[in-house]
Design a protein around this ligand. Structure first.
Ligand SMILES: [Zn+2]
Length: 273
C-alpha cells in the first residue's frame, strides 16, 4: 500500500513539474488531476466484497487503414467517445485495477457501477484519443504497456506515459516484446515477465501490480512466473466479468470496431446478467 501511495504522490509531483514548464510536451498543460481516491475508514464495505467488475479491452482508437492486418483491433474515436458517454449516462465510473483489487482484498468501497478501461500494447491513439476522452469524465485508464512500444513511432514514448501517470492512469506490464509466453524457455519467460515489471516501475516510479498476457496466451508455467515476479493479478482475453476467485486469469470484455455504441451497451448488459 505504501508503495502505491508514494506512486500517486510522485505522479502529483510529476504533474506539477509538467505544468510548471515543459513546453516540449504541450499536452501536459491540458491534464487535470483525477479527484483523490476516497480513503478508509469512511469507505469500507460491510459484508461481502467480491462482486465481478467489467474490464473493457481496447487496442487502437482509430479508423483502420486500408489493408490493416488486424482491422478488428481498431475502434473509431467517435465510437469510443460514444461508448464512454454511454457509461457515464448509465451511472458507471471508471477506476483502476488497483482500486478493484483494494475492493476485493480489503473491502475498500468502489463507486457505483465500476468499470475498468484497459488499453493493450501502447498505441499512440490511446493517449491522443483515449486520455482526452477519459479526462472529460475525470476517469483514469489502464495501460498494458509492451515495453518495446516506447520506441515505436506509432507507440507510446516515455514522456507520454508519464503524462498518463500524472492523469491518474495505472501502468501495467504486457512484456517487453509481446511473445507467446507459452512457447518460451524458463529464462526468456522470466526476462519478459519480471523484466517488463522492473523496467516500467523504474522508469515511471509507479507500482506495477498487474500483468496482461500477450494474445491472452498462458499456461501453468506462465502463471507461476507471473506470481513469482510479484504481480497480484493478471488479465486475459477470456470473455466475462473479472472476479476475485480468478485473480491470475481475469476475464475481460473485448470491444472491437464493429460494436459501435449499441453493441457495446448490449455486451455490458449481457455480461452483467
Ligand atoms: Zn497485446
Amino acid at each position: 500500500m505504501f508503495r502505491r501511495r508514494s506512486g500517486r504522490a510522485l505522479a502529483a509531483i510529476a504533474l506539477l513539474v509538467g505544468l510548471a514548464g515543459f513546453s516540449s510536451a504541450p499536452a501536459a498543460a491540458r491534464i487535470r488531476p483525477i479527484p483523490p481516491t476516497p480513503q478508509p475508514p469512511h469507505s469500507i464495505v460491510r459484508g461481502p466484497h467480491d462482486e465481478g467488475v467489467p474490464l473493457l479491452m481496447y487496442h487502437v482508437l482509430n479508423v483502420p487503414p486500408p489493408g490493416a492486418p488486424f482491422p478488428e483491433l481498431y475502434v473509431r474515436p467517435s465510437d469510443f467517445a460514444g461508448q464512454m458517454a454511454w457509461l457515464a449516462r448509465h451511472g458507471y465510473h471508471a477506476v483502476t485495477l488497483d482500486r478493484v483489487y483494494d475492493y476485493w482484498s480489503r473491502g475498500w468501497a468502489l463507486p457505483r457501477r465500476p468499470v475498468v478501461v484497459t488499453f493493450d500494447d501502447g498505441y499512440l491513439t490511446d493517449y491522443t484519443v483515449g486520455m482526452r476522452v477519459l479526462l472529460r469524465h475525470h476517469w483514469p485508464g489502464v495501460l498494458n504497456l509492451e515495453v518495446r512500444n516506447m520506441r515505436s513511432p506509432t507507440g507510446m514514448p516515455a514522456w507520454r506515459v508519464r503524462n498518463l501517470v500524472a492523469a491518474g492512469w495505472e501502468i501495467d506490464a504486457h512484456t517487453i516484446t509481446h511473445p507467446d509466453l507459452t512457447t518460451l524457455g524458463a529464462a526468456q519467460l522470466w526476462h519478459e515477465v519480471d523484466g517488463s515489471r522492473r523496467i516500467i516501475s523504474r522508469e515511471f516510479q509507479v507500482p506495477v501490480d498487474f500483468f496482461c498476457y500477450p494474445d491472452g496466451r498462458y499456461d501453468a508455467a506462465v502463471i507461476a512466473a507471473v506470481k513469482r515476479a510479484g504481480y497480484v493479478g493478471a488479465t486475459t482475453t477470456n470473455y466475462g466479468l473479472a472476479r476475485p476467485n480468478g485473480l491470475f486469469t481475469l476475464d475481460r470484455i473485448r470491444i472491437d470496431g464493429t460494436d459501435g455504441v449499441a453493441g457495446f451497451a448490449s455486451k455490458l448488459d449481457d455480461v452483467r446478467g
